[in-house]
Write a protein that binds this ligand. Structure first.
Ligand code: ARG
Length: 576
């Protein structure tokens, strides 16, 4: 992709900004019109500018429109309503933008001219526990945000902040030392660790002496006892194997995995500094940061040291933030967790701003709702247990295999399994990304695996269908004739073309608002526009020039579908 590539909205935006030399023009945006009857693109920025400068907005819009030199791109620029600018593109300009994309690597989005460094903290499961369905949203959302940011040219650091420290290790150590079943550990280490934890938990409820032993084991671990450290490391290593298996299946990669324990050595100094600077104070033996100046947090001081002297999740997260700042100088840190941690992150961000007021980076808690069963209650197995992520993925692939086998009984089994893997994993991921992340959603196998509707299989099928057009035409190369000229004639062709042009705007919105669902809906609409086009406009049977142009449109659609699904972490198939 060339660095000089400019999208149409960027060119319009530049033109408007160019005739407003004295204003703060960074807020001047040009966006696609929601309703094509008003034009192709629109800007509402002049109304805000006029207000700030106490000008008449329509007058300002008129002055700006008169100075714009957009004869290469626009048929006309209209002033509408209270001071909107509506841009009506020349058909030739749209055709040129599409032809350019068809013959180059560009695909309607730009690499950022101002790349940001963004740390994405996601997935972050806890050691000695299996990854369950609750981890899927963080993992899938975080991965797709990281992919989108990377595609747009930002520097991304993905960090898996695993839970590898805490009071649970006292009980786990007692369990390991007194009740370990080596054969069970060998067979399924996580299940055995979960059993041990549950067992010691029960025992200590019945017998305070067990609880006391667990406490002592924990203190030994914290003081660096060799035996306990060795066992603790083994628990982490065994858990990491399981995490890695799941990440491997999901195609999720982390640049670093710095768990909570990594920050232990920083905690004492951190608390001391907060105290020395009077940012934290003693309260009933504990050390606390108060937020008198923040109404929402006034009643919620942050505890940074418990009365027994122990640091906690908050202390660790503050140390983590400081480490990230020192190590990567990020412009932005994004935390992807469920909505129950909202208060925690408000406290972390507020405490950090007090502690390091000069730090300018954007801090975002990207939170999400729960996954519900079809009964509307938290999603569980029939016997009421949490669903292991690996079991869920197995079931997705098995269910997909059934459908694939029904449709293509003659394909060799290995091929059917590969298709089912791509469809099954794609379905689970997409159904998780499609809802507004802040709402709960109902997990439904039938819905997510349906070939019709807003699903991954539908989009994967749309992609494979386009690829089959090329196979039918015996055009095996994906790249087009470098001289192809796209001509837009029929209305469905124009509609498809306009939609293709919006890919970059959507990617930007996903990255800006941390909402991959925008992209899901965009791709679904794209598939719809393609269907309308394909049903109304002959492609392979069209006369030569039209045929080449329409094939190029098919190819652009396939490329955008594939690229879009790829940033959602979803694979495509050439044939389904
Ligand atoms: N391990 C935590 C949990 O399971 C999530 C950690 C999220 N990241 C963070 N920096 N606090 O709830």
């Amino acid at each position: 992709m060339s660095a000089m590539y400019k999208t149409i909205e960027a060119r319009l935006q530049e033109a408007v900004r160019g005739v407003l030399p004295d204003a703060d023009v960074s807020s001047v945006l040009v966006r696609p019109c929601a309703d094509p009857k008003f034009g192709d693109y629109q800007s509402n920025a002049l109304m805000g500018l006029a207000k700030a400068r106490k000008l008449n907005p329509r007058q300002l819009a008129t002055d700006v429109a008169a100075r714009l030199n957009l004869t290469d791109l626009c048929e006309r620029v209209e002033i509408a309503g209270a001071g909107f600018l509506n841009f009506h593109l020349k058909r030739a300009a749209v055709e040129a933008a599409l032809s350019e994309a068809a013959t180059s690597g560009n695909l309607f989005f730009e690499k950022s001219a101002h790349p940001r460094t963004v740390v994405v903290d996601f997935s972050s499961p806890n050691v000695a526990k299996s990854m369950h369905v609750g981890h899927i949203r963080s993992t899938i959302l975080g991965d797709s945000l990281a992919r989108t940011l990377r595609l747009l040219g930002h520097r991304v650091v993905t960090d898996n902040h695993i839970g590898d420290w805490g009071t649970q290790f006292g009980k786990l150590l007692v369990g390991w030392k007194q009740h370990l079943d080596p054969a069970a550990l060998q067979a399924d280490p996580i299940a055995e660790m979960e059993r041990l934890y549950k067992l010691v938990n029960q025992l200590s409820e019945a017998d305070p002496a067990v609880l006391e032993t667990a406490r002592q084991e924990l203190v030994k671990l914290q003081r660096g006892d060799e035996e306990n450290l060795r066992l603790w490391r083994e628990m982490i290593a065994l858990s990491q194997v399981q995490f890695d298996t799941v990440y491997g299946r999901l195609g999720v990669k982390f640049d670093v995995t710095l768990g909570e324990s990594f920050y232990n050595s920083r905690l004492q100094d951190l608390v001391r500094e907060l105290r020395d600077r009077n940012l934290a104070v003693e309260s009933d033996g504990a050390i606390v940061v108060f937020f008198e100046d923040i109404p929402a947090l006034k009643a919620h001081p942050a505890l940074v040291q418990k009365s027994d002297g122990a640091a906690n999740y908050t202390t660790t997260d503050l140390a983590t933030l400081a480490y990230r700042l020192e190590t990567w100088q990020p412009d932005e840190i994004v935390y992807v967790t469920d909505g129950r941690q909202q208060l925690h992150f408000q406290q972390i961000f507020a405490a950090f701003r007090k502690w390091q007021p000069a730090a300018r980076m954007r801090l975002a808690h990207v939170w999400f709702g729960s996954i519900l069963g079809e009964d509307g209650k938290p999603f569980k197995t029939r016997s009421g247990e949490t669903i292991k992520l690996s079991d869920l993925l197995d079931e997705a692939q098995e269910r997909a295999l059934k459908t694939v086998t029904e449709k293509n009984p003659d394909l060799p089994e290995a091929e059917r399994r590969e298709i089912a893997r791509v469809i099954g994993l794609g379905a689970v991921k997409y159904s998780d990304l499609l809802p507004n992340r802040q709402s709960d959603y109902v997990f439904s196998w039938d819905k997510m695996l349906a070939l019709n509707g807003n699903t991954a299989p539908y989009l994967q099928y749309a992609y494979a269908r386009i690829r089959s057009i090329f196979r039918k035409a015996s055009l095996d190369s994906q790249t087009q004739d470098p001289t192809v000229r796209i001509r837009l004639e029929a209305p469905p062709e124009v509609a498809l073309a306009r939609h293709l042009l919006n890919f970059g705007v959507i990617l930007e919105a996903v990255a800006e608002e941390y909402r991959p669902n925008f992209l899901c809906n965009y791709l679904y609409e794209l598939a719809g526009h393609f269907t309308a086009f394909y049903e109304n406009c002959p492609v392979l049977k069209a006369e030569a020039e039209s045929r080449a142009s329409r094939l190029a449109l098919c190819d652009l659609t396939a490329r955008v579908l594939r690229q879009g699904l790829e940033v959602l972490g979803i694979e495509t198939l050439e044939q389904m």
